[in-house]
Design a protein around this ligand. Sequence first.
Ligand SMILES: C[S@@+](CC[C@H](N)C(=O)[O-])C[C@H]1O[C@@H](n2cnc3c(N)ncnc32)[C@H](O)[C@@H]1O
Length: 207
Amino acid sequence: MDNRLFFPATVRNREPIGEVLSRILLPTGSILEIGSGSGEHGVVFQKQFPEIIWQTSDPNLINRDSISSWIDHEELNFRMPQPLAIDVEKTPWQIPYKLRLSLQAVISINMIHISSWNCTKSLFKESGKLLKKGQFVMLYGPFKIDNKHVSHSNDLFDNSLKMKNKFWGVRDVGEVTQEAKKYGFIEEEIISMPANNFSVIYKKICS
Ligand SMILES: C[S@@+](CC[C@H](N)C(=O)[O-])C[C@H]1O[C@@H](n2cnc3c(N)ncnc32)[C@H](O)[C@@H]1O
């Protein structure tokens, strides 16, 4: 059965995100993607980086079925594992041993503003346990800088998120960095991306 979902933003942002990844990823090893959604990013990046194993995950079964369908559709079953049922808040994450051994980074695209702040905390806490010195967490999405929105449209978007769920909202990059520090990460780089988004790289500085 074809359970593929189509998230329109992925078509717009996959190329610029792929450019950032091509600069920062090592040629081999595994990536753990948290909150993979439809799986469209996962299959695109798996094809862009064929020597890497792209491990998707999502707590939502409908999304995981979509990811599996995308893997089938793109004929990537030989390379790409099936999605993991990771809810970032439910710790410790159940990670296959092979993935743990080969992991080089944790990546989460458009997740931390559509979940509670506790999810951001858990993301760094668990990533801090899995990643080694020099490895990184990469976040992509809208952020406030110095507690200010970078555009009027981000401000409106933030309000709309909070109306849907009072625990959601565009995060301040400084606050995320403070949280990341607690688990051994420094803010390595903030990269401006199209449509008022950012990629933020947090590097682990201790083993
Ligand atoms: C806006 S979608 C983004 C999906 C995909 N990364 C993309 O950019 O198209 C937010 C994603 O975060 C996931 N998510 C929400 N709460 C989560 C949690 N507690 N743990 C892991 N993922 C979560 C949702 O299931 C959804 O796939």
